[in-house]
Design a binder for this molecule. Structure first.
Ligand code: MN
Length: 423
């Protein structure tokens, strides 16, 4: 039985207000092709289908189009397991439940409850059938856990109550699976959570999770788990050195900081209860992300020169705007550059790119004003001295006479209580 594991799509994501719709459409088309080409039996999506709890219409349309495509003839026997992540609204993801059931998909937007208000353990147990219709695996599909989903543990011990609650819940689900499973059937875990000893991406993962503030140790998953398909971290990785417990990673980079590493899905071949083979398949990138300079910061002339050497927009045979690479600039300056933004935007204009951020760093002495003059109280300094100290913090050298004159003119004007009028 072959399983394809993916997660953290974040449909509806925008990068500095620019839609990622085309990149997502490109990924979903590629994924359908991969499911067919690789003869996949089970598709697992481990949470964060959407970027927000209230997805844009275009994101919902992409999701519905995708799941409708999964019930065409070419995917007749495909098993589909989906859990909600912390970005997803459980209720919104569950809303088309009658359609999912009709299609035979297993979608758990949030932890399911019985009519009595108890966590419905059995509803998180999913038998997975091979193309011959035999149950080849049991899947423990646990959506992102919110505080109210966790059992209260009185003797939490070193774990603390949150981790102890997560551990207890997984134990109940895996325990129930063991009650149904035969030895030749695989045991698959699915979760959306933050594991200890994993590598983070700086921007995108919300580090403080409401019900899951603590990173969860890898031993919450039992030794007899054949494979655990995780979502939440955007960098693909095995957890704690265990090759069968993995984050699939996001299929597209969701920030500039995620551009440098490969984006992928994972193919897992099961032989009875054992994993025979795990293989990452890279998702081709539709839109490049360019950092100028490649690492660190550069002075303005170098930044302008690098921008100027980017490919030009060709009039007449223009590349569609949505395919142009994203560019982030990291510039360091030693003097005030009032026209910095204009100069950079001008250099980027006419180039076949989309400039999304300009990050500025200053080459001055990055000391706080109080630290720079440790023996003097602020009261003892003149306004002019404070201004010069503040200037030196960001820039090299001292302010020009022109700038000092302008500053004193402003001070005088403010002290007179008059309006500031440029002369
Ligand atoms: Mn997440």
């Amino acid at each position: 039985m072959r399983l394809l594991h993916t997660a953290d799509w974040h449909l509806g994501h925008t990068l500095h207000d620019i839609s990622r719709q085309h990149e997502h459409a490109h990924f979903l088309t590629w994924l359908l092709g991969t499911l067919e080409r690789e003869r996949v039996d089970v598709l697992v999506i481990a949470g964060d289908i959407f970027e927000t709890s209230n997805p844009r219409a275009e994101a919902l349309a992409a999701w519905y189009d995708f799941i409708a495509e999964l019930r065409t003839r070419r995917f007749r026997d495909l098993e589909v397991v989906v859990i909600g992540g912390n970005h997803d609204s459980a209720r919104r993801l569950n809303a088309p439940g009658s359609l999912y059931r009709r299609f035979g998909f297993h979608v758990l937007g949030g932890v399911p409850y019985t009519a009595d208000g108890e966590v419905d353990i059995d509803a998180m147990l999913i038998p997975l059938r091979d193309p011959q219709g035999r149950v080849a695996a049991w899947c423990c599909a646990v959506p992102y856990l919110r505080a109210r989903d966790l059992p209260a543990i009185s003797e939490a011990g070193v774990d603390g109550p949150v981790v102890a609650g997560v551990r207890a819940l997984y134990e109940r689900v895996f325990g129930a699976a063991r009650g149904k499973r035969r030895p030749t059937q695989a045991l698959i875990g699915v979760g959306h959570l933050m594991m200890a000893s994993s590598a983070l991406s700086p921007d995108s993962e919300r580090k403080i999770q409401a019900g899951n503030r603590h990173a969860v140790p890898v031993d919450v998953f039992p030794r007899d788990a054949s494979y655990v398909a995780l979502g939440h971290l955007h960098r693909a990785q095995a957890v704690g050195g265990l090759e069968h417990i993995r984050y699939a990673g996001s299929p597209i980079p969701l920030s500039m900081n995620e551009a440098a590493y490969p984006h992928q899905v994972v193919l897992v071949d099961l032989d009875g209860a054992d994993v025979a083979h795990v293989r990452a398949v890279r998702v081709p990138r539709l839109v490049d992300m360019i950092r100028i300079p490649e690492a660190g910061e550069a002075a303005l002339p170098q930044v302008l020169q690098e921008l100027g050497s980017l490919p030009r927009l060709v009039v007449g045979e223009e590349q569609p705007a949505e395919l142009r690479p994203f560019v982030a600039v990291h510039v360091s300056i030693a003097q005030p550059e009032p026209t910095l933004r204009d100069q950079i935007e001008e250099a980027a204009e006419g180039r076949a790119v989309r400039l999304i951020t300009i990050n500025v760093s200053y080459t001055g002495q990055p000391l706080a004003l109080a630290d720079a003059k440790p023996t003097q109280l602020l009261d003892e300094l003149t306004l002019g001295e404070v201004f010069v100290a503040r200037y030196k913090r960001d820039y090299d050298g001292v302010p020009s006479d022109e700038l000092l004159d302008a500053f004193h003119e402003l001070v005088e004007c403010v002290q007179r209580g008059g309006a500031v009028v440029p002369t």
